[in-house]
Design a protein around this ligand. Structure first.
Ligand SMILES: [Fe+2]
Ligand SMILES: [Fe+2]
Length: 257
């Protein structure tokens, strides 16, 4: 039976020269998760790293991150989040061959039972994300290429309102247009996101959308109107394992290390 294990790590927020690290040593925490993924059995087929890769977007930070991720024993694929710098990210990871040489950091990963499509929701200078017409048009064309293949989208920002006030104050621009693209593409099994620093799931315009926990720090569950960011003290680094089978679809497991 064709099957696939997709590991997802997100919001790694590493710093080459750490200053303020709200959850503790983000590099050490990420390395723990890398070791857990290397020890996983069955092993993941690949690892998705869904944005806020580094905390401050500097070239040295990306080199430092690349050093940690080089310990992974399977291929990994990165996309940007609001803490990232598109060109510094491209400079560090472009050599891996899947990132476009210019423009938005969007691409498809083919050759596995599930097709993976990474989206660039970075809106420079803003915490909230954005899918402009250029990016949505690219998505529409990319999905058209393989309508019959089960597909997972991965992007940093969530397209829905979460009830977590600090995130809902900066909703993703272009979410409605994304919903209309997805309505014509039922091969999309899931949209995988990060950004929220806690695991969250919803059915959004008929598609299941999930956010994975962060490796670096966890945001408290506080659904009060007007609530501010609060951390969960001493939270363990987390990740998700998405297991796909032809008969069972995509099943998501959340783990902490
Ligand atoms: Fe983050
Ligand atoms: Fe973020």
């Amino acid at each position: 039976m064709p099957s696939m294990m997709i590991a997802q790590i997100t919001d790694t927020h590493v710093q080459a020269a750490p200053e303020h690290e709200p959850g503790g040593d983000s590099s050490a925490r990420l390395l723990k998760v890398v070791r857990a993924l290397n020890a996983a059995s069955p092993a993941p087929d690949l690892v998705l790293v869904t944005g806020d890769l580094v905390n401050d977007g500097g070239p040295a930070d990306y080199d430092h991150l690349r050093g940690i991720l080089s310990h992974l024993q399977v291929p990994y694929f990165v996309i940007p989040g609001n803490h990232d710098d598109r060109e510094a990210l491209r400079a560090a990871f472009g050599q891996d061959g899947y990132l476009p040489e210019s423009g938005y950091l969007q691409y498809a990963v083919d050759g596995f039972p599930v097709r993976l499509v990474g989206l660039d929701t970075l809106r420079e200078g803003h915490d909230g994300g954005r899918l402009c017409l250029d990016r949505l048009y690219w998505l529409e064309r990319t999905l058209e290429e393989a309508r019959g293949v089960p597909t997972v989208l991965f992007m940093h920002h969530v397209p829905f309102l979460t009830g977590l006030a600090p995130f809902d104050r900066s909703p993703m621009e272009g979410a409605d247009a994304l919903a209309s693209v997805l309505s014509g593409n039922p091969q999309v099994e899931r949209v995988l996101c990060g950004h929220l620093h806690r695991p969250v799931t919803t059915r959004w315009h008929g598609v299941t959308v999930t956010a994975a926990p962060s490796t670096s720090f966890e945001i408290a569950l506080d659904l009060r109107e007007g609530a501010d960011f609060r951390l969960v003290p001493a939270a363990a680094p987390g990740f998700q394992m998405h297991m796909w089978t032809k008969t069972g679809g995509l099943v998501t497991h959340t783990a902490t290390v």
